[in-house]
Design a protein around this ligand. Structure first.
Ligand code: NBP
Length: 483
C-alpha cells in the first residue's frame, strides 16, 4: 500500500509533525539521514496508538512508498542540509511530485530551490511551521508559500493537521507565491522576539523595583492571562515562576544564566526591516537586548566598576512603590508596547509583499497566528478585525479601536517607562515601543533640523513644508557672514 505523504528529517519537529499527520488519518512514510531516528519514530507511533507511520532506511524505498504525485515534507536544519536532502530525494522523484520545506529557511533560498526543482518538473513549497514540539504534535500554525498547485495537493492534510481555533478555523492558509511562507514565518519569529523581551522587561520592573516574589509574579501573570493579555507566552511565563529548583534552594528561573540564545530569524527580521526602510524599533531592541545579554562577562566586570568604586549600585532608586498600581500600570504598558511591536511586524510583511507582488492578506495572517504558534494571543482576533475593517490600514495604531486603547494606556505606559529610567532598569523594548508611538502620532518631528544639517555639510538639499521643490542653502556662508 502506498502512503499518502512522506516526511524526511525526524528531529524534534519532524518526528512530532509525522505523528500528528498520521493521527489525522493520513498514512505517512518517514526517513532520516541517521536511521536510528526512523526506528525511534516508528516505535513512538506504535506507542501513541498504532499510528500509520512507516519507516524507511534508504531514500529510494522511502520515495517509492509514497502515492503519486508524491508529496514530501522536509524538516531538516535550514541551509545546506536542505539542499543535500533535496538532492538525495529528488533523484527518485518524478515530474509532478512536490517537495515542502517546513524549516525556518531564508526566503530567497526557497525561491532559488523552487526555480531549480521546477526545471525537473517538481513543485516546491516553503512552509513556516510554528508552535515548537507541542505545536507540531498537536496542531501548529502553518504558513505555506510557493506553488499553489502543491498547496492544493496537500490542503486536505494541512487543514486537519493545523491547530483548530473554534469560530476561526484551522491555523493555515495559502500565504502567497515564492518565499512568502518563509518570510511570514521569519516576521512571526521577529514578533516573538519582541513579545519575549517586553514580557522580560515587565518581569524586571516588577521584580527589581516592585520587589515582587516569584509567587507574586506567578499570581500576576496568571491573572493577566485571563484578560486582554491572554496568550501562550504569558501562560508559560506564569508557569515558569512556580517551578522550584530541583538542584538547590529557591526557584529555577533565578538560577538560569541571563544570556539569551538565538538562531537567526530575529536578526533576519531586523535586517529586512532596514533593507525595506520599515521602522521596527521594538523588534530591533529585542535583538540588541539578546546581544547585550550575551556580553555576560563584560557586564559582570562593568557592574564591578560602578559598584566597587561607589559610583552607583544596581537599582538607582528605593522609592516607596504602590505594588497594586505598579502591577496595573505594567499590564497596561505591556499591552500597548505589544501592539506597537505587532504593528511593526505587520508593516514589514506588507512592505515586502508590495515589493515582491505577493498580495499578502494581513488579517488572514493574524487569523492563522491565533492558535498553534508561539505568539498566539487573544488580541490577534482584534488585529484581524482591524484589517477586516480596513485592509489598507497604514498602521494598526490608527485603527480607531487600537488608537483609543493606546491613548487609554499611555499614562500608565509613561509612568512605567519613567520609573524604569529613574531606577536604572533598562527597558529597551517598552521604551522603543513608546518612542514609536510618540513618533508616529506626531505631525511634526525634528527631522527638519537633520535635513538642514545634511544640506549644511553635504549639500544634500531639502524640501520645504510650504513650497514644492528641492532647495539648497549656503548655510555656512550665510551664518558666517552674519557674525
Ligand atoms: P534541527 O534543526 O535540529 O535539524 C536536525 C535534522 O536535520 C535531523 O533530522 C538531521 O539529521 C537533519 N540534518 C542535518 Br543537521 N544535516 C543534514 C544533512 N546534511 N542531510 C540530511 N539531514 C540533515 O531539527 P528541528 O529542531 O526539528 O528543526 C527542523 C526545522 O524546523 C529547522 O529549520 C528549524 O529551524 C525549524 N523549526 C524548529 C522549531 C523548534 O522548536 N525546534 C520550531 C519551528 C521551526 P540527522 O539526525 O541525521 O543528524
Amino acid at each position: 500500500m502506498a502512503t499518502r505523504i512522506g516526511l524526511a528529517g525526524l528531529a524534534v519537529m519532524g518526528q512530532n509533525l509525522a505523528l500528528n499527520i498520521a493521527e489525522k488519518g493520513f498514512p505517512i512514510s518517514v526517513y532520516n539521514r541517521t536511521t536510528s531516528k526512523v526506528d525511534e519514530t516508528v516505535q513512538r507511533a506504535k506507542k501513541e496508538g498504532n499510528l500509520p507511520v512507516y519507516g524507511f532506511h534508504d531514500p529510494e524505498s522511502f520515495v517509492n512508498s509514497i502515492q503519486k504525485p508524491r508529496v514530501i515534507i522536509m524538516l531538516v536544519k535550514a541551509g545546506a542540509p536542505v539542499d543535500q536532502t533535496i538532492k538525495t530525494l529528488s533523484a527518485y522523484m518524478e515530474e509532478g511530485d512536490c517537495i515542502i520545506d517546513g524549516g525556518n529557511e531564508w526566503y530567497e533560498n526557497t525561491e532559488r530551490r523552487e526555480k531549480a526543482v521546477a526545471e525537473r518538473g517538481l513543485l516546491y513549497l516553503g512552509m513556516g511551521v510554528s508552535g515548537g514540539e507541542e505545536g507540531a504534535r498537536n496542531g501548529p500554525s502553518l504558513m505555506p508559500g510557493g506553488s499553489y498547485k502543491a498547496y492544493e495537493y496537500i490542503k486536505d492534510i494541512l487543514l486537519k493537521v493545523a491547530a483548530q481555533v473554534p469560530g476561526s478555523g484551522p491555523c493555515v492558509t495559502y500565504i502567497g507565491k515564492g518565499g512568502s511562507g518563509n518570510f511570514v514565518k521569519m516576521v512571526h519569529n521577529g514578533i516573538e522576539y519582541g513579545d519575549m523581551q517586553l514580557i522580560a522587561e515587565a518581569y524586571d520592573v516588577l521584580k527589581s523595583v516592585g520587589k515582587l516574589s516569584n509567587r507574586e509574579l506567578h499570581a500576576v501573570f496568571s491573572e493577566w492571562n485571563k484578560g486582554e493579555l491572554l496568550s501562550f507566552l504569558i501562560e508559560i511565563t506564569a508557569d515558569i515562576f512556580k517551578i522550584e529548583d530541583d538542584k538547590g534552594d529557591g526557584y529555577l528561573v533565578d538560577k538560569v544564566l541571563d544570556k539569551t540564545g538565538m538562531k537567526g530569524t530575529g536578526k533576519w527580521t531586523v535586517q529586512q526591516a532596514a533593507e525595506l526602510s520599515v521602522p521596527a524599533p521594538t523588534i530591533e531592541a529585542s535583538l540588541d537586548a539578546r546581544f547585550i545579554s550575551g556580553l555576560k562577562e563584560e557586564r559582570v566586570q562593568a557592574a564591578k566598576v560602578f559598584k566597587e568604586s561607589g559610583l552607583c549600585g544596581d537599582i538607582l532608586t528605593d522609592q516607596e512603590i504602590d505594588k497594586k498600581q505598579l502591577i496595573e500600570d505594567v499590564r497596561r504598558a505591556l499591552y500597548a508596547s505589544k501592539i506597537c511591536s505587532y504593528a511593526q511586524g505587520m508593516n514589514l510583511v506588507r512592505a515586502k509583499s508590495m515589493e515582491k507582488g505577493w498580495g499578502l492578506k494581513l488579517g488572514e495572517l493574524a487569523r492563522i497566528w491565533k492558535g498553534g504558534c508561539i505568539i498566539r494571543a487573544i488580541f490577534l482576533d482584534r488585529i484581524k478585525q482591524a484589517y477586516d475593517r480596513n485592509p489598507d490600514l497604514p498602521n494598526l495604531l490608527v485603527d480607531p479601536e487600537f488608537a483609543k486603547e493606546m491613548v487609554e494606556r499611555q499614562s500608565a505606559w509613561r509612568r512605567v517607562v519613567s520609573l524604569a529610567v529613574d531606577s536604572g532598569i533598562s527597558m529597551p523594548g517598552m521604551t522603543a515601543s513608546l518612542a514609536y508611538f510618540d513618533s508616529y502620532r506626531r505631525e511634526r518631528l525634528p527631522a527638519n533640523l537633520v535635513q538642514a544639517q545634511r544640506d549644511y555639510f553635504g549639500a544634500h538639499t531639502y524640501e520645504r513644508a510650504d513650497f514644492d521643490g528641492s532647495f539648497h542653502t549656503e548655510w555656512f556662508k550665510i551664518a558666517k557672514s552674519k557674525l
